[in-house]
Design a protein around this ligand. Sequence first.
Ligand code: PLP
Length: 413
Amino acid sequence: MNLSDFGRRFQAYSGITHLMDDLAEGMAQPGTIMLGGGNPATIPEVVAVFEAVLDKLRDSGKLVSTLANYDAPQGKASFLETLADFFKQQCGWNITSRNIALTHGSQSSFFILFNSFAGSSRGVIKRVLIPLVPEYLGYCDVGIEADLITSQQAKIQQLGKGFFKYQIDFEKLQVDDSVGLICVSRPTNPSGNVLTDDECQQLDRIAHHHNVPLLIDNAYGTPFPNIIFDDVNPFWNENCIVCMSLSKLGLPGARTGIVVANEEVIRYFSNMTAITSLAPAGIGAEIVNQLILDEALLPLCHDLIRPFYKGRAELAIALLRQAIDDSRLHIHKPEGSMFLWLWFEGLSIDTSELYQRLKRNGLLVVPGKYFFPGQGDDVGEHAESCVRMNYVQSEQELAKGIEILARELKRCW
Ligand SMILES: Cc1ncc(COP(=O)(O)O)c(C=O)c1O
């Protein structure tokens, strides 16, 4: 193949593709306990709600009409109207449907946003600033140009009883004219950290001051899917771009992302969608539109989704504390998302090697080093001492997996 620079960039076998292949290979082994991936849990009561909505849409003819028609490039108009009212009511945002665009999932939103606000611009290279790593590994390779991301390691706040929390190190954070976009996930995949309202306000001031947008990736956040365990305020203003998704509600196959931004950004997004894919998918929009109209979306999140993940997080922590009675195990305070972030202090090996050993013993987790976009190859000792594990699996699987982890850690400590 005679590929262009663009083609060659995406032809490269990235570390993440390698990890994903490796995880898939591990998953193919029968009996492997999969605490590695990011698939949301299949919660039977939630599935029942989706099935009931699909029945309703089929009976009213909307299921067929949504599949048989293209929506506008900005997304399904009826859903945009419903969402604007919903966000106004639930979050107090002063928006209309002209402030919202749908995409083929948040990952494709990031691809457009990162490459639109960062990269070469009139002879200058602009970068995406991630003010706190560890951060979502999906950001790592979306740049059409190399080295699109720059980042700052988090400050560690010890909370006692074996818990810690990451904070933005504002004293060290360097923001200059080379920054084109600031990006955070809230809650954060992988650590379950939730930036405080105060941290968001400080970032917002910095973004305003430098005249760059602040992207808040709200894939797990409020008001939906609401996998967030403490009360924090949703954050948006004309300089913010909030990215949401239907995936963690339980609809990753619907490939639907939601972007809330000022009208100029939304017009730009719609043009991009028209050129790259004509229109976003309509089925997820139709399902969630119906859920909002039936006033069923918030109860689904508050009564089913959030308690499920909160319960699983508590269970996983209890199992970990029982199996690993060692003060060198530190757990990031789980404030949201679907992962625990574990820090093993003083290991004799790094967690990439630990990952290989666990895999041989039938357990998949993800080594910490993949979650440090913008830090280059030398991610540092802390990154190499951490792993991410999900807690969406059954109690038996969690217990079995944690037993394997505890055994291997004893050998390495
Ligand atoms: C923080 C975060 N943002 C975005 C996404 C991707 O969402 P989508 O399925 O809408 O592309 C994920 C998926 O795991 C995620 O963890």
